[in-house]
Design a protein. Structure first.
Lengths: 324, 317
């Protein structure tokens, strides 16, 4: 009962905070409440924030799966996405493959990469201290970044494919790429949910995330499940790469710009909780979008990170997580 | 032991090395000091990825006070250190009070280092944003170099770096020999049992965090005074936080000279590869470094120096 009440209070507070962030700066600047409430660009920003949330949700999906099942933080997850983006870029612009096959190759490559990361590195550290796991994947982060710098150079590369945008209502423009990312994220969360709850493999994965030792005795092969999870997580990174490459330039350090947010979404949502992660992604994206609209995009990030830190103190188990 | 090394180093500076090796040694010593500051916390399982924040505050607060208020770094640095300490308390207290440990502590502090980096970029009207920030040179209005804390001679900087580094090692030793070390060891083994044994977990953790934050901020401020140029990416943010953590892990997190050893190895590796291979292979050093790190964590979790000392001790006994 007590937990439910704090939950309600938090939701109410969040709505109030959101309204304040959305309208108060304009009201203060213009001194006109009607203007603030009917500001078209503000609503455009909100919608774009919502769609950015889809991108972030998709980005954190694979990480969330790995985090939830294997209980390992892949600090290098965003770098896997980056390599996926390069793969798609090269297949499409250098080798001249059509876009869809390039994307499939990208997804396949990142899935193999996910498998390899687990097989070569994490497998040896499953029972090590959490912090050593974190640092080992951090080493991979350095490696992927520098390998990409060596192989592809530090230039910003653009796929050169634009899906364009369309006018939702007069003056409110929405980009197709973001809408696609949003839709893909929604479909993927649903598909992953079905996979985890309805399929045999999914059930085994969930079981092993609850108790490693007992499930091994029950005949679930821990190692194989972990490898599968890592491959799926890698594949999801590739999927995120497909949608990111349509919107952003690729460069070796692109991972640093969205990696931290992806971790925070997972933790804020509640570890391994897909729905919580989905909600967290939208909270972050709206904070970033509105902060960027009223002030600077950097302030948007500052708000989002400060919000994360404060939320960790208030609800360390995450928005929808269970207190362990 | 440390004194002997220091003596040798100081003599080397008096003999008059060429500027380039001297520069490398100064940079290594400053980083070694910062790394030692981090290892004070890290060895007790408090893995902070937020030290980029403290370093950034140390460097930027000092530099901004100098440029805009004309305040000498002799006053600016203490103010910057106080700011870093305050930040450590503001973030550390709730973290420790609400038992945020392990992954979660690392991620909260990771967010902290990004908050500071983004704030520096966002306030670009004053800090220069991503383009970086240059403290006003002392020559402009004839301020003596001792007040501006800017010296032309590398030898002066070398002596300062050695002194600061020795102070860092001394702090490490003091902590190592104090009650706080036993308290924190107990806490890192089992927080509940430690609390039951009468240790004030929050206070002990907060103490070590404050010491560590202040050392890191000092490292940042001195690095800024020496380089006379800072940018958000060279003194703050995740990249710097990770650099600190990884160098310490490479060297050895549990031994006094481990962080120094880590600084020597990682910075020399980067420097040698840069000189030997040149700019064609930008990133090769980090690629080797990254792979080495993964191997260390799998095969040598105590770090290079830690493992060497461990092996030596085992052979002697």
């Amino acid at each position: 009962m007590g937990r439910l009440d704090t939950g309600r209070i938090l939701v109410t507070l969040a709505v109030i905070m959101f309204a304040c962030l959305a309208y108060v700066p304009t009201i203060l600047r213009e001194g006109d409440i009607v203007f603030a409430l009917t500001d078209v660009y503000l609503y455009e920003t909100m919608i774009n924030g919502l769609l950015l949330g889809g991108v972030l949700a998709l980005l954190s999906l694979g990480l969330n799966l790995i985090f939830g099942v294997i209980d390992v933080v892949w600090i290098c997850y965003a770098e896997v996405v980056m390599l996926g983006m390069y793969a798609i870029f090269y297949c499409h612009t250098v080798f001249g493959l059509p876009l869809i096959p390039s994307m499939m190759i990208g997804i396949a490559l990142t899935a193999v990469l996910g498998y390899a990361i687990h097989y070569l590195v994490i497998r040896h550290l499953v029972n090590a201290q959490p912090i050593n796991q974190l640092l080992a994947t951090g080493g991979l982060l350095f490696f992927f970044q520098s390998a990409a710098t060596l192989a592809f150079g530090i230039e910003f590369r653009n796929l050169g494919v634009s899906l364009g945008s369309f006018a939702l209502i007069q003056d409110i423009y929405v980009s197709w790429a973001r809408l696609a990312a949003f839709a893909t994220a929604a479909v993927c969360v649903f598909a992953l949910y079905l996979f985890l709850t309805r399929s045999y493999m999914g059930t085994a994965i969930r079981a092993i995330s609850q108790d490693r030792e007992i499930m091994t005795l029950m005949g679930v092969q821990q190692g194989r499940m972990y490898l599968m999870t890592s491959a799926i997580g890698g594949g999801l990174a590739g999927l995120a790469a497909c949608l990111l490459v349509l919107q952003y330039d690729v460069h070796p350090f692109v991972g640093l710009s969205f990696g931290p947010i992806a971790f925070m979404i997972c933790v804020l949502g509640g570890l391994g909780n897909m729905v919580g992660g989905f909600i967290a992604a939208f909270i972050f994206s709206e904070l970033i979008a509105l902060g960027g609209y009223h002030f600077d995009i950097e302030w948007g990030y500052v708000f989002a990170f400060v919000f994360f830190i404060v939320m960790m103190f208030v609800r360390p188990e995450g928005l929808l997580g269970k207190r362990s | 032991m440390a004194l002997v090394i220091a003596g040798v180093l100081v003599v080397a500076s008096v003999v008059g090395l060429p500027p380039y090796p001297l520069h490398i040694m100064i940079v290594i010593l400053f980083w070694a000091f910062t790394y030692t500051g981090w290892s004070l916390m890290g060895r007790f399982g408090l893995v902070s990825l937020g030290h980029g924040a403290f370093m950034g505050i140390g460097a930027y607060v000092t530099a901004l006070l100098w440029n805009y208020a004309g305040m000498t770094p002799w006053l600016g640095i203490p103010i910057a250190l106080a700011c870093a300490m305050l930040l450590a308390v503001v973030v550390g207290y709730p973290c420790f009070r609400f038992r945020i440990t392990g992954h979660y502590f690392a991620l909260v502090t990771l967010a902290l280092s990004e908050v500071v980096r983004q704030t520096i970029i966002a306030t670009r009207d004053h800090t220069g944003g991503s383009l970086g920030f240059t403290p006003t040179p002392k020559g402009n209005d004839g301020t003596p170099s001792i007040i501006a804390l800017q010296f032309d001679e590398k030898e002066t900087w070398f002596v300062i770096a050695v002194v600061v580094w020795l102070v860092g090692l001394a702090i490490w030793r003091l902590v190592d020999r104090s009650m706080i070390r036993y308290a924190l060891d107990a806490i890192s083994e089992d927080e509940d049992s430690a609390a039951a044994a009468g240790i004030n977990v929050t206070r002990e953790k907060l103490k070590i965090t404050m010491i560590s934050a202040v050392m890191t901020a000092l490292g940042g401020a001195l690095y800024m005074q020496y380089q006379l140029f800072i940018s958000p990416d060279t003194v703050s943010g995740i990249a710097i936080s990770l650099q600190i953590v990884f160098a310490v892990v490479t060297g050895g997190i549990f031994v006094q000279l481990g962080p120094t050893f880590g600084a020597v190895i990682t910075l020399l590796l980067a420097e040698i590869l840069r000189v030997q291979i040149g700019t064609d292979a930008v990133g090769l050093d980090n690629a080797i470094y990254g792979i080495a790190l993964v191997l260390f964590i799998i095969f040598l979790p105590k770090g290079i120096l830690g493992s060497l000392i461990g092996r030596f001790a085992a052979r002697r006994s």
